[in-house]
Design a protein around this ligand. Structure first.
Ligand SMILES: Cc1cc2nc3c(=O)[nH]c(=O)nc-3n(C[C@H](O)[C@H](O)[C@H](O)COP(=O)(O)OP(=O)(O)OC[C@H]3O[C@@H](n4cnc5c(N)ncnc54)[C@H](O)[C@@H]3O)c2cc1C
Length: 386
């Protein structure tokens, strides 16, 4: 759907403003008050995700034909920035549906979309994106998971690693080789239900930040996957399915980074106006004021990169390079801004009693998942020389 956003005026439509306000209110009332508890207890926010779904803030991108709201990436990034401002672990957990739904929207048959996207809308079901393996993350072609056709089903074997939401997922998008000799053209995507025989889930990873989000390995051992669950009904499209999802999801994950950076900036600004040193608020020391000024500039710049990458996607234009710019810049920016926010809080910043330490731990993952910052630079380099 074409976004009504006018990129010259930089104004949001009335509908987008309403969505932003709704998401902000949800973040303020349902996420912020629980953020510390969820992180300290590594508690998955299942009830809050359900409430978010009931509030109409999830699955925005699913086409109306399958029961969704049929909104564009622009609407999604506006909502995702607010949710991550509230709690980025929650945003990562809730957005697993967005990443996982993308290869289904772009590559699945109508019957597959009706069944599996329908579950997300009607039942508030959850799904996870299974690509990374213990031996291969950035190097996706290094995966070992394979699926062998045997009559009316494929036999799927392999282990996936670091899968967001795995324990709570009703179904998985799984990338596997159906013909390893053919390289990336021999990869296929499958929809695998979590309740099927042979599917098992590993222990929750003890991660640095965003600790309410659930990250686990998923093991597929001789899982019988019906041929009708081969995405698109044809072998060899898995690489395209898996990679094209990132053009839609990277703007959203970049928006998460903007939300975290904004939260850290706001905390640091408020603190700098209150905390006094050498007889005046630390804000009035020029080195602190300059840090805050740079933070504000970089947040504004990051948001514009996010909006541009979303706008291109919504208007049917290639956005791979724009999404890589947004992801690389916003991930690095959020990491730097949260570190500077800790610095502005001084010793209190290093204490877990104040929110900036949690934000700093949370921000780091943006440089790692959905394509590490190094990989975004590789993508940009490839696009420059194309
Ligand atoms: C919290 C969390 C949630 C995640 N959720 C999911 C999920 O839901 N689904 C999923 O499939 N995966 C998920 N991942 C996995 C994530 O996408 C990978 O960790 C990431 O792609 C990096 O892969 P890796 O860990 O194997 O590191 P490697 O690929 O081994 O990379 C190690 C380092 O080398 C660098 N590097 C690698 N290749 C190059 C190169 N060619 N040039 C320069 N530098 C290079 C990387 O940038 C990185 O700094 C998640 C990870 C985390 C931490």
């Amino acid at each position: 759907m074409a976004s009504p956003l006018n990129m010259v005026e930089f104004s949001l439509s009335e509908e987008e403003e309403m969505l932003r306000d709704l998401a902000h209110e949800f973040a303020e009332t349902e996420l912020r008050p629980n953020s510390e508890h969820w992180d300290n207890n590594r508690e998955y926010p299942r009830d809050a995700i359900r409430l978010c779904h009931e509030t109409g803030l999830t699955n925005l991108h699913i086409p109306e034909a399958y029961g969704g709201m049929g909104m564009g990436v622009m609407a999604e990034v506006i909502v995702q920035e607010e949710l991550a401002w509230g709690d980025s672990g929650f945003a990562t957990a809730a957005y697993a549906n967005g990443l996982t739904g993308a290869p289904i929207i772009t590559g699945a048959t109508d019957a597959q979309k009706e069944k599996y996207l329908g579950m997300l809308i009607d039942d508030g079901a959850l799904c996870s994106y299974c690509v990374t393996e213990p031996v291969a993350g950035s190097d996706v072609q290094g995966i070992n998971t394979n699926a062998v056709l045997n009559g009316e089903h494929y036999v799927l074997n392999g282990t996936k690693m670091f899968i967001t939401g795995a324990k709570y997922a009703d179904w998985f998008f799984v990338l596997a080789y159906t013909n390893k000799e053919a390289g990336y053209k021999g990869m296929s995507g499958f929809i695998v239900e979590s309740s099927w025989d042979g599917v098992s889930i590993g222990k929750k990873e003890d991660v640095m930040g965003q600790r309410c989000s659930d990250t686990r390995s998923v093991i597929f051992q001789d899982v019988k996957v019906p041929v009708e669950n081969l995405i698109g009904g044809e072998e060899g499209n898995g690489w395209f399915n898996a990679m094209s999802a990132f053009d839609l999801s990277r703007p959203c994950v970049s928006a998460h980074a903007v939300g975290v950076a904004r939260a850290a900036y706001e905390h640091a600004l408020a603190y700098s106006l209150e905390r006094e040193a050498f007889g005046k608020p630390i804000f009035n020391h020029q080195m602190i004021m300059a840090k805050l000024a740079d933070m504000k500039t970089n947040i504004e710049a990051g948001r514009l990169l996010v909006w541009k990458s979303a706008w291109l996607a919504d208007n049917g234009q290639p956005n791979t390079e724009a999404a890589a710019h947004a992801k690389r810049f916003c991930a690095d920016m959020a990491t730097e801004i949260t570190i500077e926010a800790v610095q502005i809080f001084g010793g209190y910043g290093y204490s877990e009693e104040y929110p900036v330490a949690r934000l700093m731990r949370a921000a780091k993952v943006f440089q790692i998942y959905e394509g590490a910052s190094e990989i975004q630079r590789l993508i940009i380099g490839r696009e420059i020389t194309r």
